[in-house]
Design a protein around this ligand. Structure first.
Ligand code: BGC
Length: 410
């Protein structure tokens, strides 16, 4: 029996598709894999065969390299997890299937927030289906350790430093961190928002204004990164983000600054928010949300979107799926019409914060996660941030390098 025939007989719910979907993604940690299973099972229930194409590496840097190689060799995967500007880059290359007809039938325009549609659409046409909204400016904390040390949730930078110092004095790791460029940039993103505020963030990272990039505020942000560097353990280099989360879960470390995919790890370890771990906004960014959204773009396999690709997109956009998936993933739905009922306290806060930030003009695409500027600029920023974090540049040099490398990357 051929592969197609096998797929046709495999459908559990009676609907079967001639082709499997091959899904390229970077959801390989424990929490991410649990969330991915929600999607896999949903599709398998509809008789859609799943070929898994995982590419490990948080933030998707490696996945994007593999994708480029696959497309170059004329063998693109069916569907690809993708962030913000990467979607736009691939759409501009004409590589993505047009999902417009289906989006129209299913009313995506009415339910997906404008901030996401900006990335899901190219030339007014839908080219990607958003599965979630993550926000990146969170801190995750070990509750027991904080209680033991008498540390309350820090409200601003100074209180955060006092808390970090207390943890250090107690012989624990204050800040769990993995020294990988995207993680350094995730930290930087929050420090930048806390230090410069939303207008500065917009000028520096979205408008790429050379004055903002070269400002005293930017120097202060790098100075604060150096302060945070002093609270990271000596084995941080190259550590994966989920292993840093495990340090908080185990009580070896007090805090991790990370997007809300970290919550997936706590849940996967049977931890409960408010009891075992705490989630709060990075001190000084309580009113802001820096976001990224995972979307699935379908690579054009012919002139029209394949039936299994359309089925995958429909499954992703279904309100029930958006609830079930995001409860496990740590993110919040990419549709505004999904109830927060099934979500835990951190998820409910995530949904409320997102709504409030969108209404008050405090919602910004995350630089670290491909939603502020295109990959070339983002990668240039990563290089400077990491070189500074590793002590290769002092803050003044980092500011100069940032201005120059962003100019070259544009
Ligand atoms: C993605 C998340 C993912 C995280 C860590 C982010 O860029 O949006 O879905 O869990 O990277 O891999």
């Amino acid at each position: 029996m051929g592969v197609a025939a096998l797929a046709l007989t495999a459908g559990a719910a009676g609907t079967a598709y001639a082709e499997d979907v091959e899904v390229l993604h970077w959801w390989t940690s424990g929490g991410e894999a649990s969330a991915l299973n929600v999607l896999k099972e949903d599709l398998e229930g509809q008789g859609i065969g799943w070929q898994d194409m995982p590419v490990a590496g948080g933030g998707g840097t490696q996945a994007m390299t593999v994708l480029r190689a696959r497309v170059t060799s004329g063998n693109p995967p069916t569907a690809v997890q993708m962030l913000g500007f990467d979607i736009q880059d691939w759409a501009n290359e004409g590589a993505l299937a047009d999902l417009n007809a289906q989006a129209g039938e299913e009313g995506w325009d009415e339910v997906v927030p404008a901030a996401l549609q900006k990335f899901s659409k190219s030339d007014g046409k839908w080219v990607a289906a958003p599965v979630n909204v993550h926000s990146t400016n969170w801190v995750w904390a070990n509750k027991q350790l904080l209680d033991e040390l008498g540390i309350a949730e820090p409200q601003n930078w100074d209180e955060f430093v006092v808390a970090l110092e207390k943890v250090k004095a107690a012989g624990k790791t204050p800040l769990a961190h993995g020294g990988q460029p995207w993680q350094d940039a995730t930290l930087f993103d929050a420090v930048a928002m806390a230090t410069g505020g939303p207008e500065f963030y917009e000028k520096a990272f979205i408008e790429l204004d050379p004055e903002a990039l070269g400002s005293d505020t930017m120097k202060e942000i790098f100075d604060r990164m150096a302060v945070l560097r002093s609270y990271v353990d000596e084995n941080f280099s190259g550590r994966d983000w989920n292993l840093a989360t495990a340090m908080v879960i185990n009580g070896d470390a007090a805090f991790q600054m990370m997007g809300d995919w970290a919550k997936g790890e706590f849940l996967n370890a049977d931890q409960a928010p408010g009891e075992d771990f705490l989630c709060f906004r990075f001190p000084g960014t309580q009113d802001q949300v820096t976001f990224n959204a995972d979307q699935f773009a379908m690579f054009a396999q012919g002139s029209e979107v394949g039936p299994e690709q359309a089925a995958l997109a429909s499954a992703i956009m279904s309100p029930a799926f958006q609830s079930a998936f995001n409860v496990v993933k740590g993110s919040v739905p990419a549709r505004t019409d999904v109830s927060d009922e099934a979500f835990d306290a951190c998820g409910k806060k995530g949904m409320a914060d997102l709504k409030a930030a969108a209404a008050s003009g405090n919602l910004y695409g995350s630089m670290a996660h491909g939603h502020a500027n295109p990959a070339a600029v983002k990668n240039a920023m990563y290089d400077v941030i990491t070189a500074h974090f590793n002590g290769e540049y002092d803050s003044d040099t980092a500011v100069d390098e940032l201005v120059t490398s962003v100019e070259i990357a544009q």
